[in-house]
Design a protein around this ligand. Structure first.
Ligand SMILES: [Zn+2]
Length: 361
């Protein structure tokens, strides 16, 4: 008897393979399906038998419903703000793009269910990054004060923030990424980073969203530099730092500023030097001291004056509302044809319910 055939979405098969970080060769070997057949399935040139479809779903740890749902349109890697695209292994880049795609699906689904803030971000392609940061601070009414927690701030202005922590854990330097999904700005961030670095990375991605919407990220060297400038100016506005009355900065004085501004000592030192609040000699002294302290590779968090949490306010509210209406997180995962673990990967570090379960003895 002929086996019944299954129509799955070729783009979803590719998405699932990328999500699991597998090459076609690896998936062929793991599933026992020939490389040629697999290439044909992914290109949409042939139908799968039911048993082959089930085997692929099992090997990829996705549901058969996931593979059979509507075609997907992942954001191209060129449209995503990877900090070092050329150095990023293809496998990691593809996994990040797959996560970004799932994030856009979750964002669409939530927007459909609940009234969420719309994007309130200017499109300032040709604006100098320093002026753009100042302009956005003014537009958002931040005055001259330090930025409040950035995740809720961005969320309130229509940016959807999701977690990149599980993937970032495997590739140093993949702190965050951002892209425009239609009219919705989306950021994925390594929530496991120290808070001061997390804040700078969020401000960096905000810079990309504001400065590079219209013309993209073609020249990575320029766009990375612009986003870094924006981030520094957004978190550490020069008019606030130059009027705070301090004349000489050493590491101890900058550590005090860290607790106020929520930026690392290294980032603060760079900014103070940039706005001429730190002489070149003093700037070098600060970095020599940071090296002696062993802080160049990572500064300890100030346990006596910890920075406020960068947890999500929006996602917590959304999932609480959904639960009140009888929609649990497993139901959300099911609606999106996702495994719970894949949904949690987008939320880890942002909402408390996704703390890793304690292993049972
Ligand atoms: Zn960047």
């Amino acid at each position: 008897m002929l086996e019944s055939q299954v129509t799955l979405s070729p783009s979803r098969l590719t998405l699932a393979r990328h999500l699991r970080g597998q090459t076609k060769v690896e998936l062929a070997a793991a599933s026992g399906i020939s490389r040629r057949s697999l290439a044909n399935y992914e290109a949409g040139r042939s139908l799968l038998g039911q048993s082959a479809a089930m085997r692929l779903a099992q090997v990829l740890n996705v549901s058969i419903e996931f593979l059979m749902a509507a075609e997907v349109d992942p954001p191209p890697a060129e449209a995503i703000s990877f900090r070092s695209l050329s150095r990023l292994p293809a496998r990691t880049r593809d996994r990040a793009c797959a996560l970004a795609t799932l994030a856009s699906h979750l964002s669409d689904w939530l927007t459909d269910k609940i009234d969420l803030p719309e994007a309130d971000l200017p499109d300032w392609q040709y604006v100098n990054p320093e002026a753009a940061a100042e302009g956005l601070r003014a537009q958002w009414g931040l005055g001259v004060e330090p930025c409040p927690p950035l995740v809720p701030l961005l969320e309130a202005h229509g940016v959807r923030v999701f977690s990149l922590a599980r993937l970032a854990n495997q590739w140093v330097g993949l702190d965050g990424l951002s892209f425009w999904h239609g009219t919705t700005p989306i950021v994925l961030i390594d929530t496991a980073m120290p808070t001061s670095r997390l804040r700078m990375s969020l401000a960096h991605e905000l810079g990309h969203l504001v400065l590079h919407k219209a013309h993209g990220l073609a020249d990575r060297r320029v766009t990375e530099h612009e986003a870094a400038k924006f981030a520094s100016a957004f978190l550490l506005p020069s008019n606030s730092l130059t009027t705070c009355g301090v004349r000489t900065y050493n590491v101890e004085a900058i550590v005090q500023l860290k607790a106020v501004w929520g930026a690392s000592v290294a980032a603060l030192a760079r900014r103070l030097y940039e706005i001429k609040m730190l002489s070149e000699w003093n700037y070098r002294q600060v970095f020599i001291q940071l090296s002696i302290l062993g802080w160049r590779k990572g500064e300890p968090e100030d346990t006596e004056r910890p920075l406020p949490s960068e947890a999500s306010v929006l996602l917590r509210k959304v999932f609480t509302t959904l639960r009140t209406d009888g929609t649990t997180r497993p139901a959300v995962a099911k609606a999106l044809h996702l495994e719970m673990d894949d949904l949690d990967a987008l939320l880890v570090g942002l909402v408390p319910t996704t703390v890793a379960p304690v292993a049972t003895p």
